[in-house]
Design a protein. Structure first.
Length: 234
C-alpha cells in the first residue's frame, strides 16, 4: 500500500526536520553555538539553507527547539523507569536518574550546567534567566517536592523551598564536578550512587514506604513529568 501525497508530505517534513536537528546537535557539541552557522547545518544535513528556514525562522529558534527536545527525551526516559518500578519515584532515585541522564547526554548536561562554551548565548535567556529555568526545570522540581511531601516520602519539618534549593544545588554540584577533587576522577556510576545517598540522607524520611504509597506517589510523579514534557512541546 502506498501513501498519498497529503499523508507523505508531513512524514517527509518530519524526517527533514529530524535531519536538521541531528546536524545541529552534532555541530553544537563539536563547535559550540557561537561558531555554528545555518549554512553549515544545511551542509551537514545535505539540504539547502532555505529549507532550514522553512522549519525555523532563526538559528536561535532552531537550537531552542533542540534544547527542548533533548530535555523532553530525558524526562521520557525517567518516566519509563518509574513505570517499570514504582520505587524509582523516590526522591533519591529520581535525582540519581536525572544525573545519569546528564552524564550520558552532553547536551542536557550543558543545559543544566549553563555551559556557555557549548550553549553560547542560549545559556542565558534575554530576560537574564538560566536556560534550565526557562525550560521549566525549577517548576518541575517544585512540583516533585510537593508530591514527595504529600506522600510522606520527604520530611515536612524543613520548608519546601529549602528542599528545592538543596536538590538543585547538590545536583548541579555533582554535574559540574568538584574543585579539590574533580568529578572526572570518580566513576560516573559511583558519583550517581553518592548523589543518591546524599539526597536520601538529607531529605527522605526514615520510614520505608509501603508498596501502595509508592504506587500512588509514582502516578503523581509521572503526571508531573508528563506536564513538564507537554510544556516542552509548545
Amino acid at each position: 500500500m502506498t501513501l498519498d501525497r497529503s499523508a507523505a508530505a508531513p512524514q517527509a517534513d518530519h524526517a527533514r526536520a529530524e535531519r536538521i536537528l541531528a546536524a545541529a546537535r552534532e555541530l553544537l557539541l563539536a563547535w559550540g553555538y557561537k561558531r555554528v552557522t545555518v549554512d553549515e547545518i544545511a551542509r551537514r544535513a545535505r539540504i539547502g539553507k532555505g529549507t532550514v528556514y522553512l522549519h525555523w525562522k532563526t538559528k536561535q529558534m532552531l537550537f531552542a527547539e533542540l534544547l527542548r527536545r533533548e530535555l523532553r527525551e530525558a524526562l521520557g526516559v525517567l518516566a519509563a523507569e518509574i513505570r517499570e518500578n514504582s520505587a524509582a519515584a523516590l526522591p533519591s532515585k529520581v535525582v540519581r536518574e536525572v544525573f545519569v541522564q546528564q552524564t550520558r547526554n552532553p547536551v542536557t548536561r550543558a543545559i543544566h550546567a549553563g555551559d556557555s562554551d557549548v550553549l553560547g548565548a542560549l545559556a542565558v535567556t534575554p530576560a537574564g534567566r538560566p536556560v534550565i529555568q526557562e525550560l521549566g526545570f525549577h517548576t518541575l522540581l517544585a512540583r516533585l517536592v510537593e508530591v514527595w511531601r504529600a506522600h510522606g516520602l520527604m520530611a515536612v519539618t524543613t520548608p519546601a523551598a529549602d528542599q528545592i534549593y538543596t536538590i538543585d544545588a547538590v545536583l548541579t554540584g555533582f554535574i559540574t564536578g568538584g574543585l579539590a577533587v574533580p568529578g572526572e576522577d570518580v566513576r560516573p556510576d559511583h558519583r550517581a550512587d553518592l548523589l543518591g545517598h546524599t539526597i536520601k540522607a538529607a531529605l527522605e524520611t526514615s520510614v520505608t514506604p509501603d508498596e501502595a504509597v509508592l504506587r500512588e506517589a509514582a502516578q503523581d510523579v509521572l503526571a508531573a513529568l508528563g506536564a513538564a514534557r507537554d510544556t516542552l512541546m509548545t
